[in-house]
Design a protein. Sequence first.
Length: 415
Amino acid sequence: MPEAWIIDAVRTPRGVGKVGKGALADIHPQRLGATVLAAIRDRNNLNTAEVDDIIFGTSMQVGPQGGDLARMAALDAGYDTKASGVTLDRFCGSGITTTNFAAAQVMSGMENVVIAGGAEMMSWHPKLGEIQMDVRGPFMDAGNEHLRALHPQTHQGVAADAIASLERIPRQALDELAVESQRRAAAAIAEGRFDRSLVPVYKNDGTLALDKEEFPRPGTTLEGLTKLGPSFAAMADVPLDAQGTTLRSLVLERYPGLEIEHVHHAGNSSGVVDGAAAILIANPDYAKAQGWKPRARVVAMANIGDDPTLMLNAPVPAAKKVLAKAGLTFDDIDLFEVNEAFAVVAEKFIRDTGVDRDKINVNGGAMALGHPIAATGAILIGTVLDELERRDARFGLVTMCAAGGMAPAVIIERI
């Protein structure tokens, strides 16, 4: 079986995901995708007529983010029309999934060179959400009683609070992790650890839109976080239908008697941001013919499902599954990236696996840098690759929770 080599990884800075405040908020999603596709082409002298496929993740695929963003972004970037594209949605796990799909195509011998990645304009989500409701009904809408009866699914933030309550993880531990995420991100930015992957975003008129991370709050303190009120307490009890169903009651259907303590807030939850990323993957023969030097190889890939009600607990079983496929153990992995969708996700991973805290999210995570949904997984793969090279380390494992109770995972080995 051919190996899947990672040749390069690029990403945009993450801009605050709010219209009127974020530097990327007025950029069209396909332009954001085109930015990383153009960069991956130009940095590697890529003949785009020979790109077998472009696999992108976009979670909210309606309105401007609909219509196969991968293909449209490639055309916008000036790619040869022979370079096809497909766009998929595994919610937050999309960016890892696109990488895994691309690697699988190469490893199967069916393709020579594939680009993976994703783009998400979260600043547009409120408006796109209105369009989505008009087109196909809201997620877990009142008319979907059959699925709701089988698997009650709540809001991710309420699920995060429920997990923390079940696991008896106190708010202080989650706030401490959030402060550490900010500290690590600030250090990484100051030391230029993201510089190799980061590419600037320009507006249509050629002026600079953003060339650095916009979301981090390096002055965050534990004292400051304690003053923030919980984000999901009020929404947990808002009636969803005429029967009085609430987000809280959906959890209690599966976990009766649970007293949900609301411990997550804006400071210990992932940031709402815009961003995009791309990863160039090729088989060794094609790469050598281009004179490319590989940066890493894909060792193993895995997907797994878990409880849809709590929905955020799959990263640990996903990590165990991908390690088993690779014939490795947690001790063999030098660096982990576990997406900080909420503080409890990373904290539970650390507690359940016993992995050293100094090996997980060493450059900060989504609590400090933000989480552009379908792009995040590809961003994290690039981040762990950059850090493996900086440390002269070998193995990196990336995983993240996804709505519906899923998690993809991937292990890469630096070459």
